[in-house]
Each structure stands twice: as C-alpha cells, then as structure tokens.
Design a protein around this ligand. Structure first.
Ligand code: UT7
Length: 319
C-alpha cells in the first residue's frame, strides 16, 4: 500500500503584530469582548511590500529544510489561498519560480479556510496513485487585504501567515483518510462578493460574514466530519494523540474537542496569537506543535477546517 507521509513542516508569520488594544482605537470593540468571544489576543499583519508568495516562500523553505529536500525534488506544488498575488498565473507557479523548481505540476486551490485540507487531500490522491512522489503543500493568505478595517464583525478575527508541509510517498502509514465537503447554498454567509469585469473591480471587495450563522454551522459540520473520519478508520476517540483544528474561534475549537472527548491538552491552539489565518491556519498550528516537540513522529493526528463556500473537511493521519 502506498501512503503519503509528512516529512517536513514549516510556518511563517509576518513581523508586525496587531493587538486587541490597537483594534480598540479602530472600531467600537474591547479586548474583553474579543478574548471572551473568540480567544484572540494578537494577530500578525503582512507588511505593505509583502505578498502572499513571500509568506508562502518562507514557510515552504522551512518545510523543505526540515524534510532535507531540495525544491527541485518536488513533482507537485499545491498552494491554497484566497488572496493570490495575481489573477493569474497561480501563486503556486509564482512560488515554483521563486524556489527554482522547473516542470513540477503546480496549481492553486481556492477553498478559503479549508484550502489546506483540500490541498493535502488532493496531494494525497496524486501520491497514492503514483502520479507524484514528493509534494509541497502550502496554505498562505493575506486576509488583512480583504478586510474592511472599520467593520468590527470581521476585522478583529483575521491575521496573515503561511504554513507548509512536504509529503513523500511511503510504504509506512501516513495519511489514513480524508473527508471533504462543500455546500454552495451557504455562499452568502461568508463571502467577498466583488467581481472583475472590463478591467475593474465591481462590488464590495471586503469580507462579509454573518458570524453567528457561520458559527452554528461550523460547530455542526466539524462535529460530523470528525465522526466521519474516525468511523472510516474504525477508530474511537482514544486513538487520537492530537487534534489540529482550524483556528477561527476558541469556542468552536473547544466544542469540537468536547465532541471528541479530548482534553484541551491534546488540542493545538494558536488562535490566541495568530487569529484566523485562513488557509494557513492548520499547517501553521501543525508546525508550531511539531517544532516545540509536542507532536512526535508516530502520533495520530486529526486535522479539520471549515471556510467560505461553505467548504469543510478533515484529514486523519499518522505522522
Ligand atoms: O474561518 C471561517 C469560519 N469563520 C468562523 O468560524 C467565524 C464564526 N463566527 C464567530 O466566530 C462568532 O460568531 C463571532 C466571533 C464572529 C461573533 O461572536 P458571537 O458570539 O456569534 O456574536 P454575535 O455575532 O451574536 O454578536 C453579539 C453582539 C452583537 O451585539 P448585539 O446585537 O447583541 O447588541 C454584535 O454587534 O456582539 C456585537 N459585536 C461586537 N462587539 C464588540 C460583534 N462584533 C463585535 C466586536 N466587538 N468586534
């Protein structure tokens, strides 16, 4: 049996930190409200001259270093983002050029906050079928560019960053199963509704969210998809060493942990310092816990995310 295994992780957060106290000067909010309702204390913001590919490149190089691989050895590059540098070429192609890889398959995935889970799943299929041997998977977003900084419903939630993993074909168990879903009926609950025509942007290019509706759906969908992942592998909750969830809101994370009967010590939480970094959220959290030694080789991990679309999914894997 051919598995895909993670052999390296990497992450990058831009230098500038935005605190809740600074947000209090921009919109009518308070540190207390933000911490109580979301768990977020700080988030990182990209500098004006940084683009998504810059963030992606830093995370990718760190993952390649850990994997002891050269970029030229990758035969697949998938980059999940909602904030690409250009309409085209894809940011994956821009990253490929920066890394000096020539000829690998390279494309972007747009599944908003679930983008990394989608990208990892697609890469796993390529590797399992023998169509690729080594893959670089990146989640990178500069959500601060599509946030209206006078809208308190959204501006307190998001941050910028990038996370990456290197996957390799292996006979040892790696990704055990993945479970993806989407339902476009919810397209208006979380959206940037702008379109481009005649060379111009039409409509509103800021993130709009009906937070409470998204919140309720997220709790239900994530609870179902984590059950689905366990059932598909005939595992029960005790088999899990770590939950690595999408970092949107601590209340959503604790609800999923409770559903899994997992103590919070087995849940990787970065939302407090990172905020919601969209496609970067899960790989960044994974990288933090791998590098600080909490997550060890051989551990069983459950990764999950939900985002605009709605899209949602989970990946169960052995590291
Ligand atoms: O990554 C993609 C998935 N995204 C998510 O998972 C986000 C899901 N949603 C959420 O995390 C939560 O719904 C929010 C954090 C966005 C909001 O928390 P909530 O507990 O659902 O609050 P709410 O929207 O029901 O609003 C409660 C009150 C409202 O005031 P009234 O109507 O009760 O007077 C809001 O106007 O809180 C008010 N409010 C704020 N107050 C201070 C909303 N935003 C803020 C704010 N500061 N930033």
């Amino acid at each position: 049996m051919n598995y895909s295994r993670i052999i390296g992780t990497g992450g990058y957060l831009p230098e500038k930190i935005l605190t809740n106290a600074e947000l209090e000067t921009l919109v009518e909010t308070s540190d207390q409200w933000i911490v109580e309702r979301t768990g977020i204390r700080t988030r990182h913001l990209a500098a004006e001259d940084q683009d998504t590919c810059d963030l992606a490149e830093k995370a990718a190089r760190r993952a390649l270093d850990m994997a002891k691989c050269d970029a030229s050895e990758m035969d697949l590059i998938i980059l999940a983002t909602t904030t690409p540098d250009r309409i085209f070429p894809s940011t994956a192609c821009l990253l490929q050029a920066r890394l000096g890889n020539h000829g690998a398959i390279a494309f972007d995935i747009q599944a908003v906050c679930s983008g990394f889970i989608y990208a990892l799943t697609i890469a796993d299929k390529f590797i399992k079928t023998g169509a690729a041997r080594r893959a670089l998977i990146v989640g990178a977003d500069i959500f601060s560019r599509i946030i209206n900084w006078s809208d308190r419903n959204t501006c307190v939630l998001f941050g910028d960053g990038a996370g990456a993993v290197v996957l390799e074909s292996s006979t040892q168990p790696g990704i055990l199963s993945s479970h993806l879903h989407a339902d476009g009926a919810y397209k208006d609950l979380l959206t940037v509704p702008a379109t481009i025509a005649q060379g111009r942007l039409h409509g509103d290019a800021f993130t709009k969210m009906q937070g409470n509706e998204v919140f309720k759906f997220a709790i239900k969908a994530l609870s179902q998809v984590v059950d689905e992942a366990l059932a598909a592998n005939q595992l029960d909750q005790d088999a899990l060493d770590w939950l690595v969830p999408h970092q949107a809101n601590i209340r959503i994370i604790t609800a999923t942990a409770k559903k899994l009967k997992l103590p919070m010590e087995k849940v990787v939480v970065t939302v407090s310092e990172h905020g919601n970094t969209s496609a970067a959220s899960v790989p960044l959290a994974l990288d933090v816990a791998v590098r600080d030694g909490r997550i060890q080789r051989g551990d069983t991990l459950l990764l999950e995310a939900i985002g605009g679309g709605f899209t949602w999914g989970a990946v169960l894997l052995k590291l």
